[in-house]
Structure formats: structure tokens, C-alpha cells
Design a protein around this ligand. Structure first.
Ligand SMILES: O=C(O)C[C@@H](Cc1ccccc1)C(=O)SCC(=O)c1ccccc1
Ligand SMILES: [Zn+2]
Length: 172
């Protein structure tokens, strides 16, 4: 089931999501809905809060275009190590549509998480996977990529989305 996306300036995007207690079939069904919603957008990642669920679950697929999809599900992810080296990548956000900006982040991160079988996992990520994991884990803490921009740039974006929200019909 494709779930409606929450857009800036909805304050729900600023909530801190809560850990998932048990990985059961309901969680697995929700992860499926998240992946379906992500591919439909389309996007390369999606955090549960972006469909209104303040739960620590994110999905991503950073496989190259025209390559087979590689869906990944991260439950209660934690960044346990960050490289000193940093890298800059252009980022977008499905909750801030049609706005892209360069963001600097640690180039590599080590992330501990629980997978859909309820097993503890650990991954050492770099490149676009590191960028996307950090962007999604930020969502679980109510942080958006525009928070890394200058106040001037961030205020311009927020003002634009506040205006759009006025013109947009309220959710049913
Ligand atoms: O809002 C999100 O979490 C999704 C976001 C993830 C992300 C993109 C770029 C850098 C870091 C994290 C997106 O997927 S925005 C859409 C996008 O970047 C894209 C869409 C289609 C093909 C390729 C990229
Ligand atoms: Zn985002």
C-alpha cells in the first residue's frame, strides 16, 4: 500500500521516532508499504516518520539506475562510528520536493541495526549508502537536510513551503 507523504512544514517531521520493540509480521508489512511508497515516489530512501509513523524504521535502495533493485530495511539503526574524513553530496528529500542542495557529512559510517528477521546486524557504509543512511537516521531524530544549510537558505526554503501549504488542500 502506498502511504501519503508528509511534507514540509508539517511539524510531525520534527518528532523523534520511538524504537520498535518487536519485529513481527505487522512490522514486515509496514516495511513493505514503505518500500512500495519509496519506489513510487521515486526515492532512494524513506524514513517511517515521512509517512506519519514515528517509529525507528527506514528503508533504502541505492542500487544504480537500470541495475536490479537492492531494497534494504533498517530497524532501530544506530551510528556507532563516523570517519574523520567528510564528503559532500547533493541531497534531496521526499518531504521537501524539488529542492536539492549540497550537504557535507562524514564520508563513512558504521551502523548497527536490527533486520526484518529480528537479527542484530552491523554495516560499514561509504559513498551514497553512507550519505543516505545518515539522511534517513536524521529523519528518525527529527533532523532535515536543510538544517545543515545556512539560516538564510533554510528560511527561503521554509517560506516557500509555507506558501505552498496555504495553496494546498488540507489532508482528508
Ligand atoms: O527524503 C528521503 O529520505 C528520500 C531521499 C533520500 C536521499 C536522497 C539523496 C541523498 C540522500 C538521501 C530521496 O530519495 S530524494 C529523491 C532522490 O534523491 C532520487 C530520486 C530518484 C532517483 C535518484 C535519486
Ligand atoms: Zn528526506
Amino acid at each position: 500500500t502506498i502511504r501519503p507523504l508528509i511534507l514540509l512544514p508539517d511539524p510531525k517531521l520534527r518528532e523523534v521516532s520511538k524504537p520498535i520493540e518487536r519485529v513481527d509480521d505487522a512490522v514486515r508489512k509496514f516495511a513493505d508499504d514503505m518500500l512500495e511508497t519509496m519506489y513510487d515516489a521515486p526515492g532512494i530512501g524513506l524514513a517511517a516518520i515521512q509517512v506519519g509513523e514515528p517509529r525507528r524504521l527506514l528503508v533504502l535502495d541505492v542500487a544504480e539506475k537500470d541495475a536490479p533493485p537492492e531494497p534494504q530495511v533498517f530497524i532501530n539503526p544506530e551510528i556507532v562510528a563516523r570517519s574523520e574524513e567528510r564528503s559532500v553530496h547533493e541531497e534531496g528529500c521526499l518531504s521537501i520536493p524539488d529542492y536539492y542542495a549540497e550537504v557535507e557529512r562524514p564520508a563513512a559510517v558504521t551502523v548497527k541495526y536490527i533486520d526484518l528477521d529480528g537479527k542484530e546486524q552491523k554495516v560499514e557504509a561509504n559513498g551514497i549508502l553512507a550519505t543516505c543512511l545518515q539522511h534517513e537516521i536524521d529523519h528518525l531524530n527529527g533532523v532535515l537536510f536543510i538544517d545543515y544549510l545556512s539560516k538564510l537558505k533554510r528560511d527561503i526554503v521554509v517560506r516557500k513551503f509555507k506558501k505552498l501549504a496555504k495553496d494546498r488542500p488540507p489532508p482528508a
